[in-house]
Ligand binder design. Sequence first.
Ligand SMILES: Nc1nc2c(ncn2[C@@H]2O[C@H](COP(=O)(O)OP(=O)(O)OP(=O)(O)O)[C@@H](O)[C@H]2O)c(=O)[nH]1
Ligand SMILES: [Mg+2]
Length: 224
Amino acid sequence: MSSKNVRVISVNRSVFATNDRIAEETREQMKRDKTFFVNVMASPGAGKSTTLLRTISELKEEFKIGVMEADIDATVDAEKMQAAGVDSIQVHTEGECAMNAGMVKKSLESFPSEEYDLLFLENVGNLVCPAEEDTGSTMNLEILSYPEGDDKPLKYPLMFSVCQVVLINKIDTRDYFDFDDDAVVERIHALNPDCKIFFLSAKTGEGFDAWVAYLREEIKDYQA
Ligand SMILES: Nc1nc2c(ncn2[C@@H]2O[C@H](COP(=O)(O)OP(=O)(O)OP(=O)(O)O)[C@@H](O)[C@H]2O)c(=O)[nH]1
Ligand SMILES: [Mg+2]
């Protein structure tokens, strides 16, 4: 079923046994196509969609952008992306708590990545299963927001180990939450010394210049 003209496909993991091989094939194919593929992971409500919308609005004149929205149900996020003027597909995971490489491959049959310079996957919201699955992405991006607390790298170390970039979102709420910026940076870097960390607010746009400039350079290096 689809609503508001959003295409919806359902994918199931049971037929895919060799995830790492499929992930490598996807990465190689994307590299040939010069499609920079970002796997966006975070808790429910951390601000994945809001951050994507603002990032897309900064980059959509320079790059052809597509968004795959993965959820257990609903089409609301794909509708938001389409309303912002980017191509989007809604993927339903049939109850699975994350996308894996096989599910991405299946989704790409309906959403050809070669048409895009920049492809985002908004993964299912949680800090556990998405970290366990290689999707074939070029970049793993984790978004952690102030209301969740600065202790999450301690509790979900795998998530903070597999990402190349962490965005600390909702910094406009700094007066309401006891979030220790230095502690979170220390905890992330203890797990993942090379991880890039940006503090920003998807609501106000504060901090976006540095993140968008970094992403733009990464894409240009990759496509060179
Ligand atoms: N104050 C504040 N609110 C934000 C910010 N970013 C997102 N929000 C709010 O947080 C809520 C969830 O944002 P979404 O972008 O839908 O979060 P999400 O991670 O995509 O959520 P799911 O896809 O449901 O997991 C919404 O009410 C947003 O308006 C921010 O930087 N500051
Ligand atoms: Mg969302």
